[in-house]
Write a protein that binds this ligand. Structure first.
Ligand SMILES: *Cc1c(COP(=O)(O)O)cnc(C)c1O
Length: 440
C-alpha cells in the first residue's frame, strides 16, 4: 500500500482521538511503519525522536528486545483468561511486585485496561468503602483546579479541563475543585512551598465545610500533566495527607502519568514522604506495549469489602481484567528497572536534559523553565492559539515528536537516551521553537 493510499484510507475509516478530523485537510497525518529505541519511522523513511514517549507510555524505547522476548515467551503459554474465578502467574507476580514497590502498604491490586478506568475504579471503591462503613453520604469528590484524570463519563467528573467539561456537562456529576498548588503562582519572595501551604489552607476550608459528603480527594502527585506540566512542591501532598486523615477522606494518588520513575522516584508520592490510600497506575506500566491499568489499595479498604454478602463486594469488572500478555509486559518493565538501576541512570539523564535546556534556551522568550525527574517544561512568552500546532509541525521538520500544551513545551523522553541523544533532543526542540515563535 502506498503512503498516500494509507493516509487517505486512514482519514476515511479511522476516527482519531481528541482530533478535529477536518484539521487534517491542512495538517498531514503521519503513517508510522516501525519503531526502534527512541525513534519512530514513517512509511516514507523519515525518523522522529519520540520526545513525549508516545503520549507518556513508552519507557524503554520502541521494540525493546527484552520486552519483546518476554511477550513472545508469554504468547506460547497463555494470552488471556478471564480473571473472575481464575488466576495466572503473570497477574500474581505483578500484583506482588507492585505491592513490594509500596513496601506492602498497598497490597491489593485491581486491574483494568486504561487510565480512565483506573480513575473510575478508585472513585467507586472509595464511595463503596464509605457505604460499607455505614456512611453512604460520603459520595462526592474533590479534585484540583486544572486536574486531568481521564475522559470517560465518571473520570470527567474529576477532570477540570473546560473544553471537555462543557461539551459533556449534561452527563457529568462534577466534583468540587480546590486551588492548584502550581508553583508558578508564587508572589515575589514566595517559595513553591508557600504556594502549596496557601492551596492547602483552601483545601482545609472546603474539607471543614463538606467532609461529611466527601469520599476522596484525587490528585496527580507533584505534576499536573495534561494541564501543562504544572509542577508543585511536595509540601502540598504532606498537608493534603494530614488534612485527609483529620477529616476522614481518602487520598487517591493518580500516578498514571508520573509513576514508574517519571518524576525521579519510582512513585512520585514518595518524594513527599506520604502514602496514599488508593494508587492509580497505567501508561508506563507496560512500557507502552499493551493497554493495562491497576488500582492498588490499603488493607483497610480491602477489608471493608470482605464479607459474605455479594452486595458488599467491589462490583466492577472488565473483560480484559488482568490480561496475561499485558501483565507479562509489565513484569518485563519491572525487570528492567531492577537489572539496569534505571532510577540512578535517569538522575544523570535528567541532569543532562536540564543542563542542555539551560544552555540552549538562553536568550529565547521562555519562562518558568521547570523540571522534575524525566519531565522538563517551559512556557513560551506570547504564544498564540496556533502555537501548539505550528510547533508540532516545526518539530516534525526537525525530526522530533513534541506536542506543546497551550503555551507549554515539554520534553518527556523514554529512559534510553544517552548524553549525545539528550543534547540532540533539546537542540531539535529549540530549533522547532525558533521556527514557530509567534510573529513580532
Ligand atoms: C493519561 C491520564 C489518564 C487517563 O488515562 P487513559 O489511559 O488515557 O484513559 C488519567 N490520569 C492521568 C494523570 C493521565 O495522565
Amino acid at each position: 500500500m502506498s503512503e498516500r493510499d494509507l493516509l487517505a484510507r486512514s482519514l476515511a475509516a479511522v476516527w482519531h482521538p481528541c482530533t478535529q478530523m477536518k484539521h487534517h485537510e491542512r495538517v498531514p497525518l503521519l503513517a508510522i511503519a516501525r519503531g526502534e529505541g527512541p525513534w519512530l519511522e514513517d512509511t516514507a523513511g523519515r525518523r522522529f525522536l519520540d520526545g513525549i514517549s508516545s503520549w507518556w507510555t513508552n519507557l524503554f524505547g520502541h521494540c525493546n528486545p527484552r520486552i519483546n522476548a518476554a511477550l513472545q515467551d508469554q504468547l506460547g503459554r497463555l494470552e488471556h483468561a478471564m480473571l473472575a474465578g481464575f488466576t495466572h502467574e503473570p497477574v500474581v507476580a505483578l500484583s506482588e511486585r507492585l505491592s513490594a514497590r509500596t513496601e506492602g502498604h498497598l497490597g491489593h491490586a485491581f486491574y483494568a485496561s486504561d487510565g480512565a478506568s483506573a480513575t473510575e475504579i478508585a472513585l467507586k471503591m472509595s464511595q463503596h468503602y464509605w457505604r460499607n462503613c455505614g456512611q453512604p453520604g460520603k459520595n462526592r469528590f474533590l479534585c484540583l483546579e486544572g486536574s486531568y484524570h481521564g475522559e470517560t463519563v465518571g473520570a470527567l467528573a474529576v477532570t477540570d479541563v473546560a473544553i471537555f467539561r462543557e461539551a459533556y456537562a449534561p452527563l457529568v456529576r462534577p466534583a468540587a475543585t480546590v486551588a492548584s498548588p502550581d508553583a508558578r503562582r508564587a508572589e515575589p519572595g514566595e517559595t513553591g512551598a508557600d504556594v502549596a501551604r496557601r492551596a492547602a489552607d483552601q483545601l482545609e476550608v472546603t474539607l471543614a465545610r463538606a467532609h461529611r459528603e466527601i469520599a476522596a480527594l484525587i490528585v496527580e502527585p507533584l505534576i499536573q500533566g495534561a494541564s501543562g506540566m504544572v509542577m508543585y512542591d511536595p509540601e502540598y501532598l504532606r498537608q493534603a495527607r494530614a488534612l485527609c486523615d483529620r477529616y476522614g477522606v481518602h487520598l487517591i494518588a493518580d500516578e498514571i502519568a508520573v509513576g514508574f520513575g517519571r518524576s525521579g522516584s519510582f512513585f512520585a508520592y514518595r518524594q513527599a514522604g506520604i502514602r496514599p490510600d488508593l494508587l492509580c497506575l497505567s501508561k508506563g506500566i507496560s512500557g507502552g506495549y499493551l493497554p493495562l491499568s491497576t488500582v492498588l489499595c490499603t488493607e483497610d479498604i480491602y477489608r471493608a469489602f470482605y464479607d459474605d454478602a455479594l452486595g458488599r463486594a467491589f462490583l466492577h469488572s472488565h473483560s480484559y481484567t488482568g490480561n496475561a500478555l499485558a501483565c507479562r509486559a509489565a513484569l518485563a518493565v519491572l525487570d528492567i528497572f531492577d537489572e539496569d538501576a534505571v532510577l540512578d541512570a535517569n538522575r544523570e539523564r535528567a541532569r543532562w536534559m536540564g543542563e542542555y535546556a539551560g544552555e540552549l534556551l538562553a536568550g529565547r522568550p521562555v519562562r518558568h523553565l521547570r523540571q522534575r525527574g524525566m519531565i522538563l517544561a517551559f512556557d513560551v512568552a506570547g504564544a498564540d492559539r496556533d502555537f501548539p500546532a505550528r510547533y508540532f509541525a516545526a518539530g516534525l521538520d526537525q525530526g522530533v515528536l513534541l506536542r506543546p500544551i497551550g503555551e507549554t513545551v515539554y520534553l518527556m523522553p523514554p529512559y534510553v537516551l544517552d548524553r549525545a541523544l539528550t543534547r540532540e533532543l533539546v537542540a531539535r526542540a529549540v530549533r522547532a521553537l525558533d521556527a514557530s515563535l509567534p510573529p513580532g
